[in-house]
Design a protein around this ligand. Structure first.
Ligand code: 5GP
Length: 179
């Protein structure tokens, strides 16, 4: 796995430190509330479990799996839900936990959907954001790192189902994904 990585963008230590900071901020912002953490499968799982343990307050776990189809800059895309949340969003304070916001299409569909279902609040935490690639504006409440426009793997993020278990975030060698 490691030989397919061009270079390490974020070390294990840098990620851990930033996740602690985000956890402290979320703990402060949600004081007195129970957070319904909605992780987006599968890429967000590693970030999700670390972030949950960095939050010092009541948290409930839930997950969604979706795929987005957005074709042009003018299209807001459609999102297909492959696995929905088990919990009732009505009146809940939902914190969506995502691995990376790229074009923004997926989240721009998902956030209004959860609000329509009666959630009291819907906020977004993402480990990574690629602002240069954004096609749809998405309000990011908690952002781990802004990264350049490169294809990254590790810490939950995959290429063709691989590399999710790398403990760091690395830029994949071009020859690996252009094969
Ligand atoms: P978008 O914001 O474009 O709707 O979609 C975000 C999704 O695209 C992420 O959840 C992730 O699955 C995928 N994605 C975007 N950029 C990258 C990347 O650099 N590496 C990996 N592994 N997945 C990415």
């Amino acid at each position: 796995m490691h030989q397919d990585v061009d270079h390490i963008l974020l070390t294990e230590e840098a990620i851990a430190a930033r996740v602690q900071e985000l956890g402290a901020q979320i703990t402060h912002d949600y004081a007195g509330k129970t957070i319904l953490m909605c992780g987006i499968l599968k890429g967000a799982v590693t970030f999700y479990t670390d972030l949950a343990r960095a939050i010092d307050g009541p948290v409930q776990f839930d997950f969604m799996s979706c795929s987005s189809y957005g074709t042009s800059a003018s299209s807001s895309g459609n999102v297909t839900i492959r696995k929905d949340m088990d919990s009732d969003p009505e009146g809940a304070d939902i914190l969506i936990v995502e691995d990376i916001i790229d074009t923004g299409v997926t989240l721009s569909c998902l956030m209004p959907l959860l609000k329509e279902r009666g959630a009291r609040s819907v906020r977004l935490a993402t480990l990574l954001s690629k602002p240069a690639r954004r096609r749809v504006d998405v309000p990011v409440d908690y952002n781990g790192f802004e990264i350049p426009d490169a294809f990254v793997v590790g810490y939950g993020l995959d290429f063709a189902g691989r590399y999710r278990n790398l403990p760091y975030i690395g830029v994949l060698k071009k020859e690996v994904y252009s094969k």
